[in-house]
Design a protein around this ligand. Structure first.
Ligand code: FAD
Length: 508
């Protein structure tokens, strides 16, 4: 066995994906299993967007042993309790997709069933928000970490972060180098394969240096230098369901109130993100080039900033979908080289984390057993497709008729999986989490309700409590949540006391 161990892993690319991979491999393998070298090119640079996350990232940071306050301070980060969606169902609609559950399950029955029973067909997203501490606190710009408070919702606050992606990569680079990862600056100009097997033998840098390895991780971003340009893994394209293919990004000066949530505002041809950091606000317009010109998308973005821009807008082209093979031969693609869904639910960094964790579960030896590779590809495809279906829901569940873009999204054919979710919800508000899909029942419930899909009735099992008892318990839950939110400090105060960045100049 020992004779076939991986002796050297080469990571090509030093963006968020490259450094997350390097830091995690160095920590878990503890420098004992194999040597790790990361090659990156300052000349090419990183994509430099990717600032909003979901709660799972806290687990990744904990695995690396990062102190959370230091991480927030170093990345000029803020806390995130969910996403506010504006104008998605209809122009004028607003709802929060919060982290954490609504209320709590009672008598073994889902809380959603009791909400639907009690509020019947008048249940709105505003009403549902009162049962989520995350949503109530978000509306009041409040934040604190969970504390040990018994059954209080204060002990279960679910949160993620917004951060500066460039600073995060820098922070992780320190961690990785401290644990022995070798960094090499240089542009890869050739990827050399073994003649007989097609496995990657080495990469050659512009300087002429050749770096050999047993395992190669492609973190080169959209270009997929190893996985696609060399191994021709192929790409499954999703444009028929996800029509957006470009983004314009621009930072602006920070606003007076530090909101603890991402905002996503739908426009006639796409949507705009707003991500508050300690020193600036990140903004971007995601749009479909079939429906709008770059000029119009950019001018709409610039007209809808809530602070002075601090850089020129930058246009990024992308193609939603994923590699047909995430892992081929001795090369695993992680990050944008593996695929890209859409930043709408901030899932890309999570998919990096998940790719790393699956790779570690199935860490190969030099035999590169095909069964391991196939399982990795199967599980990763399932994960990408389920996130895709959740994102399609946001576009499809709309009543907007004010543009060709929304008419297209509203009437386009959707995947069978998504149709089944919608049909189940339309009946009795039922939502089931299939296998290990990323988004749970609260997420699906929140977006379907928020975008005006209304169940015809409630789940009969909610009759285990009579109407009076249901009303009493729901009143109690709303009151407990309102009291808990009163107790919380504002996010600005929390950050000032725990993790304020030293330099708050709004530079990129
Ligand atoms: C518009 C947009 C918004 C996004 N918003 C979010 C968000 O809110 N939340 C989220 O989780 N994710 C988001 N993402 C995704 C997120 O940006 C990426 O997942 C993340 O930054 C990882 O990128 P990467 O490291 O794969 O690629 P990159 O950042 O592009 O890094 C590629 C690396 O490869 C190197 N490289 C490339 N070619 C060579 C070569 N020939 N030789 C040497 N080195 C090379 C580059 O120098 C660089 O270091 C967003 C993406 C886009 C496009």
């Amino acid at each position: 066995m020992e004779q076939s161990r991986i002796r050297k892993t080469v990571i090509v690319g030093g963006g968020t994906a490259g450094w997350m991979t390097a830091a995690a491999l160095a920590k878990i393998l503890q420098g004992k299993c194999c040597e790790i070298e990361l090659v990156e090119s300052d000349e090419i640079g990183i994509i430099g967007v990717g600032e909003a996350t979901i709660p799972q990232i806290a687990t990744f940071n904990r695995t690396l042993g990062l102190d959370e306050n230091e991480f927030v301070r170093r990345t000029k980060g803020t806390f995130k309790l969910g996403i506010e969606f504006v104008n998605w169902g209809q122009v004028g609609d607003r709802y929060i997709h919060p982290f954490g559950p609504y209320g709590l399950d009672m008598e073994g029955v889902s809380f959603h069933a009791f909400m639907l029973k009690h509020h019947a067909r008048d249940l709105t997203c505003q009403t549902a928000e009162q049962y989520s501490l995350q949503a109530v606190a978000a509306r009041q710009a409040k934040f604190m970490r969970p504390v040990n408070a018994g059954n209080s919702p204060l002990s279960k606050i679910a949160y993620a972060f917004h951060f500066d992606a460039g600073l995060y990569a820098k922070f992780l680079r320190e961690q990785a180098e401290m644990r022995g990862v070798k960094r090499t600056e240089g542009k890869v100009v050739a990827v050399n394969q073994k003649a007989e097997s097609g496995f990657i033998r080495s990469v050659t840098l512009e300087s002429g240096t050749e770096i050999e390895g047993d395992l190669f991780i492609d973190c080169t971003g959209f270009r997929g230098l190893l996985i696609e340009q060399t191994l021709n893994a192929g790409y499954n394209r999703w444009k028929s369901w996800l029509p957006c293919d470009r983004a314009a990004a621009v930072p602006c000066e920070k606003a007076d109130t530090l909101l603890p949530y991402t905002r996503s505002t739908a426009h006639k041809f796409g949507w705009q993100w707003r991500i508050p950091l300690q020193h600036r606000t990140g903004n971007g317009m995601v749009y479909a080039s079939d429906f709008v010109s770059d000029d119009e998308a950019v001018s709409t973005l610039m007209a809808n900033l809530d602070g002075k821009p601090i850089a020129e807008p930058r246009i990024i082209r992308f193609e939603t979908g994923h590699r047909k093979k995430f892992w081929d031969k001795n090369c695993v693609a992680i990050g944008l080289s593996a695929g890209f869904i859409e930043p709408l639910e901030s899932t890309a960094i999570h998919l990096i984390q998940s790719g790393i964790s699956k790779l570690l579960q199935m860490f190969p030896d030099r035999n590169f057993r095909q069964a391991d590779i196939e399982r990795y590809n199967r599980v990763t495809t399932f994960e990408y497709e389920r996130v895709r279906d959740f994102i399609i829901l946001h576009y499809h569940a709309t009543q907007r008729t004010d543009s060709d873009f929304w008419n297209h999204c509203r009437t386009m054919p959707i995947t069978d999986y998504l149709q089944d979710k919608i049909d189940l919800f339309r009946g009795y508000g039922r939502v089931f989490r299939e296998n290990e899909e990323l988004f749970n029942d609260t997420s699906w419930f929140s977006v379907m309700l928020g975008q005006n899909i209304r169940p015809e009735g409630y789940d009969a099992v909610a009759d285990v409590l009579d109407a009076q008892e249901t009303a009493r318990r729901l009143d109690d839950i709303r009151n407990v949540i309102a009291t808990a939110a009163d107790y919380m400090p504002t996010q600005a105060d929390f950050i000032a006391q725990n993790c304020a960045a030293e330099d708050l100049s709004p530079a990129m």
